[in-house]
Design a protein around this ligand. Structure first.
Ligand code: GZL
Length: 312
């Protein structure tokens, strides 16, 4: 009887050893690196065999990786889609192969019956929180804002712009005077901020920077300092992600506010897949993660310590 029981358990465990293909965008930001770290950790803890692919921020590489996962016959595919359009055919191929697809941290414009579920934050709400923070901070003072957008065509770049504009709506003293993509990276964020500063009288005319992620803000802070201005004072800095280095900047008075985005998208994704694999349970089409505002007054040094070892 003992042998039979052990064999049965073994089979059950083996049946649970699922293979999952993960098409990750790249490592463009600290937040992205943390998401990758946590996804690999979660797969390990759950006994999932994770096949990882880094697309270097190119959609064609993501599509090729997904086609490869389908050919391998994986049990599920995770994808953080770099842009929102152009996924219909590859999602149809996965559906045809009866492989469930879970979207992480970005949305696609394909119909939601083409994927099992999407795990992520309310990207519009994040932008609105940032806009409302600026309204509360500047009151009725005139404030010329420059904006560093995320990757062109990505759902966070589209939605965070929409949300910020909602947040400042009705406050005509606050105006976005320049807006350009910094592609979610520190280096491009810095370069574009340099051009904003030059175009705006050396930065004298800029009251605030809104960056769609902290990494672009960190790059821009460097440019503001090199222009001889004080980030966090001469130019207010508000961004999104809640990576350790933005809290470090806040503790040094060089950034003012961030809207936190959890890098743990894989936890809810793997939970939904476990239920689906077990008995076909269908999750909701959107599993929303929290968005909390942190400012210079919220113990940034402590927040830095709490996050610095999480794989960013
Ligand atoms: C947002 C996510 C964004 C992060 C950036 O959900 O897709 O991508 O805010 C990352 O840091 O590049």
């Amino acid at each position: 009887l003992m042998m039979t029981t052990v064999a049965t358990l073994g089979l059950a465990a083996a049946a649970q050893a699922q293979t999952v293909g993960f098409s990750q965008i790249g490592s463009e930001s600290g937040w992205r690196a943390a998401e990758t770290t946590l996804t690999k950790q979660q797969a390990e803890e759950r006994g999932i065999d994770l096949k990882f692919s880094d697309a270097q921020q190119k959609q064609e590489n993501q599509i090729a990786a997904m086609r490869n996962f389908i050919a391998q016959g994986v049990d599920a595919i995770l994808i953080a889609p770099v842009v929102a359009t152009g996924w219909d055919s590859i999602l149809a191929e996965a559906k045809e192969a009866e492989i469930p697809v879970v979207l992480l941290d970005r949305k696609v414009d394909s119909s939601d019956d083409m994927y099992l579920t999407a795990v992520g934050s309310d990207l519009v709400h994040e932008g609105e929180v940032a806009g409302k923070w600026l309204v509360d901070t500047v009151g009725d003072k005139d404030c010329r804002v420059v904006e560093l957008q995320g990757t062109t065509g990505s759902s966070p770049a589209i939605d965070r712009k929409t949300g910020f504009e909602k947040g400042i709506a009705g406050h005509d003293n606050i105006e976005i005077v320049r807006s350009q993509t910094g592609d979610f990276t520190r280096s491009v964020g810095k370069e574009v901020m340099e051009s904003f500063l030059q175009a705006e009288n050396g930065g004298e005319n800029i009251c605030a920077l809104y960056a769609h992620n902290d990494d672009m803000a960190v790059g821009a802070i460097q440019a503001i300092k090199e222009a001889g201005l004080l980030p966090g004072k001469d130019i207010l800095v508000v961004s999104i992600d809640g990576v350790p280095d933005i809290f470090k900047a806040m503790s040094e008075g060089e950034a003012n506010a961030t809207v936190e985005l959890t890098p743990n998208m894989a936890g809810p994704a793997f939970d939904a897949l476990a239920a689906y694999w077990k008995d076909g349970t269908m999750p909701p089409k959107f599993i929303q993660t929290d968005s909390a505002l942190y400012t210079m007054q919220d113990d940034p040094a402590g927040q830095y310590e709490a996050r610095k070892d999480l794989g960013y």
